[in-house]
Design a protein around this ligand. Structure first.
Ligand SMILES: [Zn+2]
Length: 73
């Protein structure tokens, strides 16, 4: 029982840290070119040559916020 509570608390803490990082630092290094902006083929299409990508959690946050705005117009 205590182990379950500890696991849930740890999961919640990790989710909170990730949510904060998505809010404070929406960009992360590009996976495909390792923040170089170029890959073996030349120009990196995943990040458009910037070497940065928007975090997945930030995408979800922006989608929810846009949906909320559409609903409250
Ligand atoms: Zn890239």
């Amino acid at each position: 029982m205590t182990l379950t509570v500890a696991a849930i608390a740890l999961g919640l803490a990790a989710a909170l840290v990730y949510a904060f990082r998505c809010w404070a630092f929406p960009f992360a290094r590009c996976w495909w070119c390792k923040a170089d902006g170029r890959n073996a083929a030349g120009y990196c299409n995943a990040c458009h040559g910037t070497g940065r990508r928007v975090r997945l959690g930030r995408h979800v946050y922006d989608l929810i916020r846009a949906e909320y705005r559409r609903g409250t117009k």
